[in-house]
Design a protein around this ligand. Sequence first.
Ligand SMILES: *[C@@H]1O[C@H](CO)[C@@H](O)[C@H](O)[C@H]1NC(C)=O
Ligand SMILES: *[C@@H]1O[C@H](CO)[C@@H](O)[C@H](O)[C@H]1NC(C)=O
Ligand SMILES: *[C@@H]1O[C@H](CO)[C@@H](O)[C@H](O)[C@H]1NC(C)=O
Ligand SMILES: *[C@@H]1O[C@H](CO)[C@@H](O)[C@H](O)[C@H]1NC(C)=O
Ligand SMILES: *[C@@H]1O[C@H](CO)[C@@H](O)[C@H](O)[C@H]1NC(C)=O
Length: 608
Amino acid sequence: MGYKDDEQGCPNPLRFFFHPRLVKTVLNAMLLSSIILISGLSAAAYAQATHAHNNQTFTNPVLPGWNSDPSCIFVKERDNTFFCTTSTFLAFPGIPVFASKDLVNWKLASNALNRREQLPDLATAPIQKNGIYASTMRYRDGLFYIITSLVNDRITTGVPVLLFITDDPYDDASWRQPTIIQNPTSNIDPDLFWDNDGKAYMAVAGGPINEIDITTGAAWGTYRVWNGTGGVWPEGPHIYYKDNYYYLMISEGGTETNHTITIARSDTVRGLFVGYESNPLLTAKSTSNYFQTVGHADFFQDVKGNWWAMALATRSGPEWEIYPMGRETVLFAMTWDKGGWPVLDPVQGKQRGPLPPTNRKVPGNGHWVNDPDVENFRTGSSLPRHWVTWRPQDPKLFTASPKGHPNTLRVLPSFHNLTATEDFIPEADALSFISRKQAATLFDFTVDLDFAPKVQDEEAGVTLFLTQFQHIDLGLVQLPSRNGSSSLIPQLRFRVEASGKPGVTVPETVLVPLAAAWRNKTIRLSLSAVSDEKYVLGAALASKPKDILSVGSASALIVSGGTGPFTGAILGVYATSNGGQGKTPAYFSRWRYTPVGQKIDHGVIVPA
Ligand SMILES: *[C@@H]1O[C@H](CO)[C@@H](O)[C@H](O)[C@H]1NC(C)=O
Ligand SMILES: *[C@@H]1O[C@H](CO)[C@@H](O)[C@H](O)[C@H]1NC(C)=O
Ligand SMILES: *[C@@H]1O[C@H](CO)[C@@H](O)[C@H](O)[C@H]1NC(C)=O
Ligand SMILES: *[C@@H]1O[C@H](CO)[C@@H](O)[C@H](O)[C@H]1NC(C)=O
Ligand SMILES: *[C@@H]1O[C@H](CO)[C@@H](O)[C@H](O)[C@H]1NC(C)=O
């Protein structure tokens, strides 16, 4: 805690130091000075890109921010469009479908999991790394299929496998109630494959393949076809049929720095599969690459027959210590000659490949993943569909332009704060927190807050959040004017919850009583990533947005790994009574998230 009278009798030196009239930190200036603009890379950087026609350059990740375990398809029948899905764990809505015409510009088309009643058991998941694990997306005869699994530590009867189906990937409502598919070996990462005779098969992590009936959900005949090359956690299987061979591509070594892509093939889908003698196909293991953990891939072809791969990767460098965005989705070209084995390009920030022409004509009102948020909560608007809560929450907690408060987002406080206490019941207790992904190494986020707390401990603010046990908050909270005093005043509080990441240096809590001139005024809260390792949080009077009071800063190490080994940072707003009696709503407005820079290699940051 930074809020204490120090021994010299000077009341709270931090309060003094951060007084708005004394400190004017212009975050934007700091951001700009920290960007190194790189106009091009050396030819040597491309030397490994050996394929013909690799004449287009693009930047990875193509789905930046927390987007792990990509599964992707190309659908000629839907206007030559590529579709991908990624894992969402506890985030809701979940199982997003991204669409692209050119492999570089991706737009949210829909969320397959968009109604709480589609999967009530998501809400009961007790552990931060529970939720929706890796999916496989496939298209067949006019229908889109996403097969996935729910990991919920409270379900002890095995891992449920769920099959989501739609005929319109641009429409949330058209995603049906999922079919439960039996999972005889209770494993994660289901794949969906139809053999030439129309029979459907499901491969799962660990090697087994089952025949399944996608209508009834029955699964039978467990074939143990290939266990990989000996790495731990053989997972993320996908089956492909090509040139009279069945290929089984998996990842092994775990989803950390030993992650490795391997492949085997067989004359029949039921095996046995024989491993490729030159495995692995690809790994960043034991390299000094900035992009680490490359694995969990999926392969597809474009309209010209070019082969492509999407995989997950972590922008961490070999140190693999600071990676708040977690596992992201990268694109790379590959070749796959007739009767031969696939040859994959190495994953880099600057990548080359035979891209389709640039084309942003993708239907729907979804968010482009690289776009900023410019959200004013206009009357009659609904919340952007790329915003998520932590587990499904009552939609009544978040209202755009409620009566009497146009152009605001009203957030009703939850009794529990973001961390909550041990008696928190996930499916019954609310978490009033709504967010979007951190999708750029450097970003600026500002949001205006009108909040007139009355009761002690009432709080509303902004947070950079990995899990309930790892988050960095700046809130306006009603607290005694000084310790022991009964008079309450609103104070800015910077507080870091890091219990999910033992051993890190946790910055002290900072309390700044709101200056009289700021009371009952609209406060602009700001949260910025000023480098790949540092977040800075501050506040200003919305009427004087340049006079920013810097309140605290924290290392991105705090939100890397720990209780969120599979997820990535999200950021947004919250309101809570902190276990007290408070009921005062918070009104947020003018939500601005601006991507500023992407780090794509050691020492290389490009404009986002
Ligand atoms: C307030 O005072 C109590 C009793 O002296 C002390 O235990 C507590 O740590 C103080 N709290 C803060 C925030 O300084
Ligand atoms: C894979 O390992 C399992 C035991 O873990 C074994 O039953 C199975 O026979 C193995 N399959 C192959 C193809 O080696
Ligand atoms: C990677 O593999 C090596 C050798 O098997 C092992 O010592 C190391 O702990 C592994 N690292 C991770 C992050 O799994
Ligand atoms: C702020 O508004 C509340 C009522 O909403 C009022 O009680 C309080 O006196 C006001 N404070 C200031 C400093 O104007
Ligand atoms: C959350 O609220 C509890 C009381 O319900 C409190 O003890 C705890 O300090 C709060 N933690 C954070 C990070 O706000």
